[in-house]
Design a protein around this ligand. Structure first.
Ligand code: ATP
Ligand code: MG
Length: 719
């Protein structure tokens, strides 16, 4: 392994940064200029040329995925696998420290981590015990406030008593919350960082151990470190360690979570003997994409100022699609993706980015319908949780006892003495008779094919499901769900579970009942439960692509940081959505939105699509927004407007509909066809969803907007 290969494919300033022998290094540069690349090569350089032991290196990345990739890239450069080097996120590293030093950190050995939902629930519980009115003091706000304090390194004891009622109340909640967490031995995300910092502050010998060990510390995405992370870094570095920080002030997008872009400015002061390197050549994107990104970010004041250029050539224009509504937008994107993979490209080279998580549901539905595998990046969603899946399985069985997946899932949950051996017999009989598991189970009971105990257990389960489904038509949906979680014994099973998890599961089950209460059936004439389950199936992630399947990536703009894709869609380029309406009152926040737009645009390597919808239903309301100011800031020369929606009135040429035409034929209707409904009047067919008796149709009505109807019962007439 020779030195030249580490320096291979680096330009002059990149090489300067990789080989710098000043104690500290700061690389300040725009998107796609090779910051992460410099970090990786610098680590390889240290190990290979300066003979630094991997054991003495700590690298901080922004996501766990980035950490894995970094390790792989270094292994590849060095041609061997590294052990001993620590690579991870601030949170991951803090967790690792606390696990090793739980006693010094004053934690129980098996402390549990609260995710954001768990934390909110805990805050609610504390507030309830204080008899605080949730209307007046929204728990989310209290959660926000608490995390904000922690991000600044402040415990409740550090905060002055007094102040106005608001502050006094928040402080009271914070105190109660701290006590409860302490008592239960659980910690939230912000706490991980703060604890790890305090661990070092209060235990000099522990700190010294790590200071001795990590002589080289490298941090990617430095612009998004918060006060606690920065303090942690300084403490660890002490006077002797060498610190490398790479970042881009224009990509600071976590100000709302306490990140301080000012840390970049403090760096040269706090870490004397720093070499600062700027990188200006972008290697990622075409010049059209870069031009757009530069134009958008140019509107921000107070930038450190950078000049990004590329010699990659113009590339294609940026496509701008003005959709009729969010369904049309999603279908357009699905259609483009369809062509993309038909042209022989990999789906995983394409990403759909959006400002708000709530946008993903409609996009997902369109991808499912177009049978395009996709993966959502990060986060476990409500309907993916174990207890919710169990509860839904009961509901599914109530509706259709021959649902084998649901049967398998809950036949012995909660445990009712149906063992694996008994189940195997049931499966065998079902296979032999080519029936459902349910029918096989019924047969086994009536024919008494098993030992008495097993027979009784199965019989009890059958009776339970029969009883619940018997009431199906009489009860409102929420009561059906409530019945299911009560009678099945699910809720009491979780009540008996000890600790936070059990409590969280009980509350999730209760939330499910709440979701049922709020559910509005699209068709009041049809039974509501199947409609609800359909909706959930669309919402749930279980139709997401498998790990190793080639799949399109969906993620929020925030989680796209540091990544790159040949093909990028940014959906929902509308005022009030992006920039988010919360940000419009404050210029600081608007600047952060603008940086987020810059991050989004600069993810694209070859082709960028921006889409917006003229009307959009989101968060349960319909809105009419104009196109985002960020789109208007992009020079006209690099934008190409796509005008498909004009052809809605001329269905035969409706491009996005072409791939659906088979289904259209089956239903007797075509996309774009003019139809009449006896209540809603005249409208145009925008989309079909599902098939068989539950097939649905999206119709945009002239008077009442878009409705989704069950095709079989909508009685649509061609006009
Ligand atoms: P971001 O700000 O988005 O995190 P970055 O500055 O970290 O971007 P990298 O991800 O390191 O940029 O690099 C962007 C792309 O350019 C990568 O695909 C990388 O391999 C490529 N690249 C960087 N430098 C060079 C170079 N000197 N020669 C060829 N390709 C390069
Ligand atoms: Mg990077």
């Amino acid at each position: 392994m020779d030195v030249t290969s580490i320096l291979h494919n680096l330009n002059a300033p990149q090489e300067q940064a990789v080989t710098s022998d000043k104690q500290h290094l700061l690389v300040l540069a725009g998107a796609g200029s090779g910051k992460t690349r410099v970090l990786v090569h610098r680590i390889a350089w240290k190990i290979q040329v300066d003979n630094v032991s991997p054991y003495g290196i700590l690298a901080v990345t922004f996501t766990n995925k980035a950490a894995r990739e970094m390790r792989e890239r270094i292994d590849e450069l060095l041609g061997m696998s590294l052990r001993g080097m620590w690579v991870g996120t601030f949170h991951g590293l803090a967790h690792r420290l606390l696990k090793s030093h739980w006693r010094d950190a004053k934690l129980p050995e098996n402390f549990q981590i609260l995710d954001s939902d768990d934390q909110l629930r805990m805050v609610k519980r504390v507030m309830r015990s204080m008899d605080l009115d949730e209307q007046r003091w929204p728990p989310k706000q209290a959660q926000w406030w608490i995390n904000g304090q922690k991000d600044e390194g402040l415990r409740s004891a550090h905060i002055q008593e007094g102040g106005d009622l608001y502050l006094a109340t928040m402080l009271r909640i914070y105190r109660g919350y701290e006590e409860t967490c302490e008592r239960l031995g659980v910690i939230d995300f912000a706490e991980l960082l703060l604890r790890a910092l305090e661990l070092w502050k209060h235990n000099p010998s522990v700190l010294e151990h790590y200071q001795q060990r990590f002589k080289h510390i490298l941090v990617d995405e430095f612009q998004d470190t918060n006060a606690v992370q920065y303090a942690w870094l300084r403490l660890l570095a002490g006077k002797v360690s060498a610190v490398t920080a790479v970042g881009d002030d224009d990509q600071s997008i976590y100000g709302w979570r306490g990140a301080k872009v000012e840390n970049i400015l403090s760096y040269e002061r706090d870490f004397p003997d720093t070499e600062t390197v700027k990188l200006e050549q972008n290697y990622r994107s075409t010049s059209n994409i870069l031009l757009a990104a530069n134009a958008v970010i140019a509107k921000n004041a107070g930038r450190l100022g950078k000049n990004l250029w590329t010699d990659a050539g113009e590339g294609e224009a940026i496509a701008l699609y003005s959709a009729f509504n969010e369904h049309d937008e999603a279908r357009y994107i699905a259609d483009r993706l369809h062509s993309w993979s038909n042209e022989g490209n990999r789906r995983e080279d394409a990403a759909i980015l959006y400002r708000s998580n709530a946008q993903s549901r409609v996009l997902e539905a369109a991808l499912l319908q177009a049978e395009i595998p996709y993966r959502i990046y990060g986060g476990q969603r409500f309907y993916e949780r174990l207890e919710i899946k169990n509860a839904l399985s009961y509901l599914r069985l109530m509706l259709n006892c021959h649902d084998d997946v649901a049967f398998e899932r809950v036949v012995n949950v909660p445990p009712r003495g149906i063992g694996e051996r008994t189940l195997e017999l049931v499966r065998e009989l079902a296979r032999d008779n080519v029936t459902s598991l349910w029918s096989a189970a019924v047969a086994m009971v009536t024919e008494k094919r098993m030992a008495a105990r097993a027979t009784n257990a199965i019989a009890a389960f059958i009776e339970l499901v029969n009883e619940m489904s018997g009431q199906l038509d009489e009860l409102p949906l929420a009561e059906q769900a409530d019945n299911a979680i009560q009678h099945s014994g699910l809720i009491s099973m979780h009540r008996r579970e000890k600790g936070e998890r059990g409590q969280a599961r009980v509350e999730n089950l209760e939330e499910l009942v709440g979701a049922c209460r709020n559910f509005e059936a699209e068709d009041r004439d049809l039974p509501v439960l199947p409609q609800f389950l359909d909706q959930v199936a669309l919402d749930a992630g279980d139709r997401q692509a498998d790990e190793d399947q080639d799949a399109v990536q969906l993620m929020t703009l925030h989680s796209a940081k540091g990544l790159e894709f040949p093909l990028v869609f940014i959906a929902g380029m509308e005022e009030n959505l992006f920039p988010h309406k919360r940000s419009l009152d404050e210029s600081g926040q608007l600047e952060e939105e603008r940086r987020l737009a810059y991050v989004g645009i600069t993810r694209a390597m070859e082709k960028l699509y921006l889409t917006f919808a003229e009307t959009r239903s989101i968060y349960g309301t319909e809105s009419f927004n104009s196109v985002s100011r960020f789109v208007r800031d992009i020079p006209k020369e690099v934008i190409e407007e796509v005008r498909i929606q004009n052809t809605i009135a001329r269905p035969t040429s409706y491009a996005a509909g072409a791939m659906r035409s088979d289904q259209g034929d089956e239903t007797g209707f075509q996309l774009g066809q003019q139809v009449n409904h006896n209540v809603y009047g005249e409208g145009v067919i925008l989309n079909f969803e599902g098939n068989g008796p539950r097939a649905r149709v999206h119709v945009s009505f002239e008077d009442v907007g878009t409705k989704i109807l069950i095709l079989a019962s909508a009685n649509l007439a061609a006009v």
